[in-house]
Structures are given as C-alpha cells and as structure tokens.
Design a binder for this molecule. Structure first.
Ligand SMILES: *[C@@H]1O[C@H](CO)[C@@H](O)[C@H](O)[C@H]1NC(C)=O
Ligand SMILES: *[C@@H]1O[C@H](CO)[C@@H](O)[C@H](O)[C@H]1NC(C)=O
Ligand SMILES: *[C@@H]1O[C@H](CO)[C@@H](O)[C@H](O)[C@H]1NC(C)=O
Ligand SMILES: *[C@@H]1O[C@H](CO)[C@@H](O)[C@H](O)[C@H]1NC(C)=O
Ligand SMILES: *[C@@H]1O[C@H](CO)[C@@H](O)[C@H](O)[C@H]1NC(C)=O
Length: 368
C-alpha cells in the first residue's frame, strides 16, 4: 500500500496547489482538467487533505462538518470544499455558506435554479460538468451574486445557450461539449478578467464581436463548431486561438497583424484555400506555431522567420518553395522553424531545392 499512500500525498499537494493558484497557466489548467477526468473515470471522489488511509485499520469514518448535505462529503480538514461529484444526483444539493470549492460534476443534474447559491456567495470554483443541465433550467441570475467566482466548469451538459449573468470575476469558463449555437454580442460582456474560454464541440456558426470586451483573454478554443469565418474581433491579449474542425475558408486581409500577442494559431481541418487570404496573411512576427493542416492549400503561404512549428500536412501543395520561409539568406537571416510537416501533399521528394538547409537550418523534423 506504500505506493498508494505516496500517490495520495502527491495528489494532495497538487490539489491544494491548484486550488490557490490564481494566474492562468496552460499546462496547469490541463493537468487539473485531466485529473478531474481521471477521477470521474474511476468514480472516486476528489482527493483532499486528510484522506483516510485504509492501510491497516479502517477506523471510524472521517467525521463530516455538521452542515454538510447528506449526499455529499465535507472533509473537516478542508472546510471550504464540498464534494458531491459522481453520486447520481438529480438535484443540486444545498451549498453551505462556508464553501468556496464546490464539486457537482458527473451527476444527472438538469437544473440550477435561481437562488441555488444564495447562501454560498463566496464560491470561487464551481464544477457542474458532466451533468444534463438544460439552458431553460439554469436561472438567469443564479451566478450573478457570486462576486468571487473564478472558475466555472459546465462542459459536457445539454446547454443550448451561454449562461446569462456570469460574474465579472470569472477567469476560466468551460462550456465545451454542449449544444450552444449562438454567441450574442453581449453574452460575455464585462468579463474583463477571463483568461480562458473553452467552447469546443458546440454548434456555434458565428462569433461576431462577442469576444470584444474580454481584455484578459489568453486562451480561446472554438474548435469543432460550425464557424464559416473567423471571429470579427479578437481580444488584443489573445495568445492561443484554436479553431480546428470548422468551415473557415478565408482570412480577412491584415487579420493577424492586429493581434501582436497571438502565438499559437490552429485552423486545421477547415476549408482554407490560397485564394481565401492575401499572400502575407500569416507572415506575422508573433506567431510561434501555425497549424493549417487538412485544408485545401496549393502553395506554402509565406511565414515569418520567427515561426517555430508549421503544420501543412493533408493539403494539396505541389511545390516546396524556400521563398515562403526566407526571402533572403545569410549568416543572420534564416528561419527559426523547428518542425515542418508537409506529408500528405503532392510534393515530390526530389523537388526540395538545394538551398533549403541554409534557410531551414534550425529545422529538426521535416516530413514530406
Ligand atoms: C441561508 O443562511 C441563513 C442565515 O445564515 C439561514 O437562515 C438560511 O436557512 C440559509 N438558507 C438555506 C437554504 O439553508
Ligand atoms: C442530454 O443529452 C443527452 C445526449 O444527447 C441525452 O441522452 C439526454 O437525454 C439529455 N438530457 C436531457 C435532460 O435532456
Ligand atoms: C480582476 O482581477 C483583478 C486582479 O486580480 C482584481 O483586483 C479585480 O477585483 C478582478 N475584477 C473583478 C470584477 O473581480
Ligand atoms: C515577411 O515580412 C517581412 C516584413 O515584415 C519581410 O521582410 C519578409 O520578406 C516576409 N517574409 C516572407 C517569407 O515573405
Ligand atoms: C539580414 O540581416 C541583416 C543583419 O541583421 C539585416 O540588416 C537585414 O535587413 C536582413 N535582410 C533581410 C532581407 O531580412
């Protein structure tokens, strides 16, 4: 049982660390996401401080804080947490006022009525993912009093709309795998602290200017939707934009030039053609990773020498043009590209020009 004990300690440290981590951090976010997925797989509750050890003597069950809803768990060593996940719940239990971290994921809850959190206005994290929430049964004001709410997990539900009255304190909003089709211009109004917005796997066909006021947004995922064009405006703070699996066929001229912080752009599995965007579109100094794989490109679009990862597999590119990477080559002018994928195109292997290595001198992997 030693390894288990060690594992629990590791999880415990990890969990408490993530609980109090304020600033956005991509890897970290994924870790907590993956962790929550792991827990839901085995149907075990979240690990928390003072998890009883069953090594030798099970002892009496861990006492619960007295105002704990009977269907939930309230570890005395972590009085701000409420664990109600994975219990086949159909209704949202009462949330005591001391609770800051509430976990209701992986149940069969359909409604979050107005007033559900009236006594728990100190909520910081609220996990409602993996339920069957219906937009008509989510109160229009149920979140608006939660003035300190920072993370709201509502992915994997049956929502058809972005919930209304989202508090301005929100930093991360997860709405993936729902049936949301519209993004009204005011749906995310005032969320100035939002850094991560995940809307993947929905049915959104247009973003319009709904992202305009998100002054802190860093990570945006609208992959697996039905977008025919890129969002009209992006927040200037944006660093990562993931739009894979949509129907985007064009990019407006100078689009990326307006977003100097954008580093990671993924538009794979769309309908882009070279005719759909001006030649210089992707030649912007900020881009570090560009994924245009599985589109309908015939030529390699010119990219900046700062780009490090370029994915173009699964297009109809016929020619390997060094000029797309370097307009000029000498001791200081060369491409920083590390990974270049061109497999699944129509380029002949022997058609790679001899001056390629001079330009792509940092490139470790070239798939042709
Ligand atoms: C909310 O808190 C008040 C005051 O602490 C208490 O009287 C009331 O019963 C609580 N509401 C619920 C639904 O328990
Ligand atoms: C939610 O969607 C799932 C899958 O589409 C469906 O099986 C379930 O009945 C829906 N739940 C409600 C409450 O409509
Ligand atoms: C946004 O974040 C800042 C800095 O962390 C904080 O001071 C401010 O209160 C937050 N805004 C809202 C509306 O919660
Ligand atoms: C990219 O743009 C810069 C100017 O910003 C230009 O000097 C360079 O030649 C362009 N690169 C390619 C490959 O067209
Ligand atoms: C090549 O590098 C030199 C020195 O850094 C610079 O002055 C020049 O503008 C570069 N030429 C091009 C075409 O980028």
């Amino acid at each position: 049982m030693k390894p288990l004990a060690i594992l629990l300690v590791v999880l415990l440290c990890d969990v408490s660390w993530t609980q109090y981590e304020d600033s956005y951090d991509d890897s970290h976010w994924w870790l907590s996401y993956i962790r929550s997925m792991q827990y839901s797989d085995v149907g075990a509750p979240y690990s928390y401080g003072g998890a009883p050890s069953y090594d030798y003597d099970p002892g009496p069950p861990a006492p619960s804080v007295s105002d704990c809803p009977q269907e939930c768990e309230c570890p005395p060593t972590f009085p701000t947490a409420l664990y109600c996940d994975g219990r086949n719940l159909k209704y949202l239990p009462y949330v005591p006022s001391r609770v800051k971290y509430a976990y209701f994921q992986n149940n069969q809850i359909t409604a979050v009525p107005d007033g559900a959190f009236d006594n728990a206005t100190g909520l910081v994290w609220l996990a409602l993912h993996g339920n069957q929430l219906l937009s008509d049964k989510v109160g229009r004001k149920v979140f608006s009093k939660l003035r300190g709410l920072e993370r709201l997990y509502m992915q994997n539900n049956n929502l058809t709309r972005i919930p209304s009255g989202l508090p301005r304190s929100l930093r991360e909003l997860y709405l993936s795998s729902n049936q949301i089709s519209k993004m009204p211009a005011n749906a995310l109004e005032g969320l100035e602290n939002l850094t991560a917005l995940d809307l993947h796997r929905n049915q959104i066909n247009e973003v319009g200017s709904a992202l305009r006021g998100l002054k802190s947004l860093v990570h945006l995922d609208i992959s697996n939707n039905q977008l025919r064009k890129l969002p009209d405006t992006l927040p200037g703070s944006l660093e990562q934009m993931y739009l894979e699996y949509n129907y985007v066929s064009s990019v407006p001229s100078e689009y990326f030039k307006a977003y100097p912080k954008l580093q990671y752009v993924r538009i794979s599995h769309n309908r882009l053609t070279n005719e759909g965007f001006p030649e210089t579109t992707f030649n912007t100094t900020s881009l570090v990773e560009l994924d245009l794989s599985y589109n309908q490109l015939h030529r390699i679009p010119p990219v900046n020498t700062n780009l490090q990862h370029l994915y173009l597999q699964g297009n109809q590119i016929e020619e390997f043009s060094v000029k797309s990477f370097c307009t000029f080559v000498d001791i200081t002018n060369f491409s920083r590209l590390q990974v270049l994928r061109l497999d699944g195109n129509e380029i002949q292997r022997n058609a790679i020009p001899p001056d390629t290595p001079l330009c792509l001198r940092n490139t470790d992997i070239i798939h042709v």
